[in-house]
Design a protein around this ligand. Sequence first.
Ligand SMILES: NC(=O)c1ccc[n+]([C@@H]2O[C@H](COP(=O)([O-])OP(=O)(O)OC[C@H]3O[C@@H](n4cnc5c(N)ncnc54)[C@H](OP(=O)(O)O)[C@@H]3O)[C@@H](O)[C@H]2O)c1
Length: 287
Amino acid sequence: MQLSKKSGNIRKKLAERKRELAVKPALYRKALITGASAGLGEEYAKQLAAGGADLIMVARREDRLEKLASELKAKYGIEVEVFPADLSLEENINRLAEKIKATEDLDLLINNAGFGGRNDFVRDDSGEAEQMIRVHVVAPTVLTRAALGAMLKRNRGAIINVSSVAAFSPLSGSLYSSTKAFLVMFSENLQNELYDTGIKIQALCPGFTHTEFHQLAGIDKENIPGFLWMKADRVVRISLRALARKKVIIIPGKRNKVLSFFLRCPLTFRLVSWAGRQKKIREIAKI
Ligand SMILES: NC(=O)c1ccc[n+]([C@@H]2O[C@H](COP(=O)([O-])OP(=O)(O)OC[C@H]3O[C@@H](n4cnc5c(N)ncnc54)[C@H](OP(=O)(O)O)[C@@H]3O)[C@@H](O)[C@H]2O)c1
């Protein structure tokens, strides 16, 4: 009985993987990735480098970027530029926008840099909320506009905005959820504005993913059930393959799709509202 249940699960997983692999990722020649020093950004860099794309990698930790750049150059013979910048500072966002405008052959922009935040909006006077707005909202907006100029001229390119399942969740932090919700609406509307062009916009909405994110946000990963987690390489593979599809909002993994549905479903409204009032649940629900 147990054995047949196990083999059923394996068969289901294999079928899911087969569906993912059935879509071929589009080819990109030059990509700029923010937040490339760790987690999902680092994984985007590795998978794009393996596909032969030249990279511009952005983050604050220059040493990490340099180390990754040397590895990728040696392994794949690609060109990699490192652009150290703190995107919570407006002057750095503008400096990066200028760099993007000057990079006319950029055909993929990945707005991925982000953080979970440690403080409640109401009690916080550290400026974390304003920093989060600049990293999650101002930077993607300004960088997207900067990239679109050359992409429109060539009628080709793609922009991935890394949002989150938190975009649909009233449990995941007043600022975190709302900035991630901005990215979903921004992406959907922008894709509609660009419907008659060859430019693809994606809002990637991952659920719990193994990266450095939770540790930095002071969240104990042990409190989150194991079955909810995904690996960063799989999330990124799904995102890159989905660029070849028409869909804008990409929620990787079946469990995250179900979770997102129930977070907004009228039938579970009362349960979700109750959960949103529980401090313990709010503390671990940063996704
Ligand atoms: N992990 C999850 O469960 C999960 C789920 C849903 C969505 N996400 C989203 O996925 C994205 C990537 O996060 P991750 O999970 O990969 O976390 P991570 O491992 O902590 O990586 C975050 C990246 O963002 C960069 N970053 C943070 N603040 C920055 C700033 N002020 N300026 C420039 N770069 C900055 C970090 O680089 P430096 O520290 O070197 O600057 C790092 O490269 C984020 O937008 C996050 O909200 C994550």
